[in-house]
Design a protein around this ligand. Sequence first.
Ligand code: NAD
Length: 298
Amino acid sequence: MEFKNVTVAGSGVLGYQIAFQSAFHGYHVTVYDINDEILEKAKAKFEVLSAAFKTDLNATSGQLDAAKKRLSYQSNLGEAVKDADLLIEAVPENPQIKIGFYHELAKLAPEKTVFASNSSTLLPSQFAQETGRPERFLALHFANEIWKHNTAEIMGHAGTDAAVFDQVVAFAKSIGMVALPLHKEQPGYIVNSLLVPLLSAGLDLLAKGVADVETIDKTWMVATGAPVGPFGILDVVGITTAYNINKMAADVSKDPIKQKVADYLKEEFIDKGKLGVETGVGFYTYPDPSYKKEGFLK
Ligand code: NAD
């Protein structure tokens, strides 16, 4: 069975992007959030997103108007899922909120609905029983700025039905994603399993005083041909996220270098409002960071 009706729960940073991407590719999408005021804000964000679709994807006004007509809004969960083939959950990254949401959803959703979680750090097996339909539950993980960074990592738990998994892979492709199936559960999926160690290694080299920011980035860029190094990436990810990851690692490992990294990010960046690209300053200054200037790789 192909999906037709999609419900996206949570209209925050990722939820509204997933909803718009799905509507743009022809699905009827219901956007669910906890109240109408938040849903009104989501409607306003769709206008901003439309401008990005025009610039980045050459989307036409006709296509964007059609996408908007396929979107509807609901703050009543029962109404929001009553005819959903697929529900994509993008509620806050907080296990208590997610569990509460799945308990409610399990009571209200029709039997046919497949549930997919966009969680970045929690594993589907942690929620499978709460959904009341473990075989029709899995993770479908998108990246921020989904229309440009179009990865969709699909990860089931041991009890996910293989046919459901394949349906979700097909759905991801149908909304313009590069579908990346994982054969088993992996914290951090593929992208973050690769990226987090690289970024941590860069920060460790800096904290140990081995080399400066530009030399570390230059090394990575010249040696691998990558267009950006770990500190350029950290500015895009955001220093707050980098701090949270390193603080957690420091607390768990008691590694003094990790603690030094966490303190450095807090004192030199967060406390000074230098949060990366979003604030115009991080390790580099934007919009013209030195690593993009001619001669940087010399
Ligand atoms: P967010 O805080 O921006 O948005 C969460 C939304 O969920 C808000 O609109 C909030 O009102 C709503 N919400 C709160 N409780 C709810 C409930 N009980 N039912 C329905 N909606 C509820 O969060 P986000 O950054 O969009 O993250 C959502 C999920 O997507 C998380 O699991 C996160 O790990 C994942 N994710 C985020 C990113 C990112 O870059 N932000 C990237 C990939 C995946």
